[in-house]
Design a protein around this ligand. Structure first.
Ligand code: PGA
Length: 225
């Protein structure tokens, strides 16, 4: 089955490098791209996602982006609960749930990120940590969404779990939430993609750093087709 690729370009690119990326990337129709907010409109012929959404739809939220605004920019997806926002912006499970609900009410598909940190991984409590994050976000939720399993210790570090470990975690998630696609994210790159695509139960990848380099992303997408 073809793997779903979601590019989370975070804050890697600027006005000039966004143009370079668009000129050099060959698979605009084959991925979902989540650019930095200021550059969303540049990606006009892509399937678009946003990196975040406000938790409510009011006109008085300085610096926030609402679901209505994202829809008006033709966004279809939005990342919620990314570990960088959980850690650096202090986003709580409660806030993440509000964002997820706001996304769905705005007719956007949430991409819910969950993952354990290094200590939790070493203490072998990944199942419990993910179980809590998932039920905090998903209890009483219906409708379309995507889950991204992203071990925090694998994000931007070059470290990744073994294929067996990823398979096991994804299997656990799917046992409880069989209705959702489950992606893997964390240091996916051109050197490990051919190994990662061997994991049968993974529906695709959420790619950070490597997704801001058009040449590298070209090779990754090619491997996944
Ligand atoms: P990375 O980031 O690919 O740079 O590790 C993944 C993510 O944060 O979604």
């Amino acid at each position: 089955m073809k793997k779903l690729i979601i590019a989370n370009q975070k804050t890697y690119l600027n006005k000039t490098s966004v143009k370079e990326f668009i000129n050099n990337f060959k698979y605009a129709q084959d991925i979902i791209i989540c650019p930095s907010f200021p550059f969303i409109s540049e990606y006009s012929n892509y399937l678009l996602g946003a990196q975040d959404i406000s938790e409510e739809e009011t006109n008085t939220q300085t610096g926030e982006i609402t679901g209505t605004q994202l829809k008006s920019l033709n966004c279809r997806y939005v990342i919620v609960g990314h570990s960088e926002r959980r850690a650096k912006q202090g986003e709580s499970d409660e806030l993440i749930k509000k964002k997820l609900i706001n996304a769905q009410n705005s007719d956007l598909v949430p991409i819910l990120c969950v993952g354990e940190n290094k200590e939790e991984y070493e203490a072998k409590i990944t199942d419990e940590v993910l179980g809590k994050q998932l039920s905090a976000a998903l209890d009483n939720i219906e409708g379309e969404l995507i889950i991204a399993y992203e071990p925090i210790w694998a994000i931007g570090t070059g470290l990744i779990p073994s294929n067996k470990e990823i398979y096991y975690v994804v299997q656990k998630i799917k046992a409880k939430y069989p209705q959702y696609k489950v992606l893997y994210g964390g240091s996916v790159n051109v050197n490990n993609i051919n190994e990662l695509i061997q994991i049968e139960n993974v529906d695709g990848y959420l790619i950070g750093g490597a997704s801001s380099d058009a040449e590298e992303l070209n090779l990754i997408v090619k491997s996944c087709q």
